[in-house]
Design a protein around this ligand. Structure first.
Ligand code: FES
Ligand code: FES
Length: 226
């Protein structure tokens, strides 16, 4: 079965988020929230901040909690220190997009199945929709916006352009973040290996052959510079 290579549940199917067949992402998130924030999550709070709930809260963003139980976190985002107060149940994906206004990281499935939300934490690729913002406390988070150096694209970004590694582009930031991880992990010895270690990143446009070409091109460049 295809797995996201850096999914914490590396030995488990993608959609099986907490090891309990049939259990939901909401349950997964609430358990992690309790562990990470050191609190007991009461049943009414044991749900992720859905659009419906945000509407019910008067349009507040997921990091704003009317009951006052906010957690302050400090992290480094794309090299810059950031402090923010978040509800412990807010995902890193929502914090990045809705609180820190970096929308390059995409929300596809919001349940760990597509890879569109891939970011790096301390250099390791993770699915930000399955990671609570509080888990990034004290860590370095890199999004696709943090790859380029000024006007100079990251070799993987440049290779995706050279090889036409995207069509609609919705999956592309996740593909690129995962590709950087794949190369850094050394999983580019063959097309088959690249396909396996990129298998957690889905592309509904079917740009897969060009994505593999882009990764091979970037890997050559990055590895020759080491
Ligand atoms: Fe996170 Fe699909 S895996 S949005
Ligand atoms: Fe459209 Fe991948 S380029 S989903």
């Amino acid at each position: 079965m295809n797995r996201h290579p850096n999914d914490a549940s590396e030995t488990r199917p993608l959609c099986e988020t907490d090891g309990q067949p049939g259990s939901s992402r909401r349950q997964f998130i609430s358990r992690l929230a309790a562990i990470s924030a050191g609190i007991t999550v009461a049943a009414p709070l044991a749900r992720s901040a859905t659009t419906t709930e945000r509407t019910a809260l008067g349009g507040q963003s997921p990091g704003q909690n009317p009951d006052g139980s906010l957690v302050e976190i400090s992290l480094k985002l794309n090299g810059r220190p950031q402090k923010l107060k978040v509800n412990p149940r807010v995902t890193l994906l929502d914090a990045i997009r809705d609180r820190l206004d970096l929308t390059g990281t995409k929300k596809g499935c919001d349940r760990g199945a597509c890879g569109a939300c891939t970011v790096h934490i301390n250099g390791r690729r993770v699915l930000s929709c399955l990671t609570l913002a509080v888990m990034a406390q004290g860590k370095e988070v890199t999004t696709v916006e943090g790859l380029a150096k000024g006007d100079e694209l990251h070799p993987v970004q440049a290779a995706f352009i050279s090889c036409d590694g995207f069509q609609c582009g919705y999956c592309t930031s996740g593909q690129i973040m995962s590709a950087v991880g794949c190369i850094n992990e050394g999983h580019t010895r063959s097309d088959a290996e690249i396909q396996e270690f990129m298998s957690g990143n889905l592309c509904r446009c079917g740009a897969y052959p060009n994505i593999v070409d882009a990764i091979k091109m970037a890997a050559q460049q990055m590895n020759s510079g080491r």
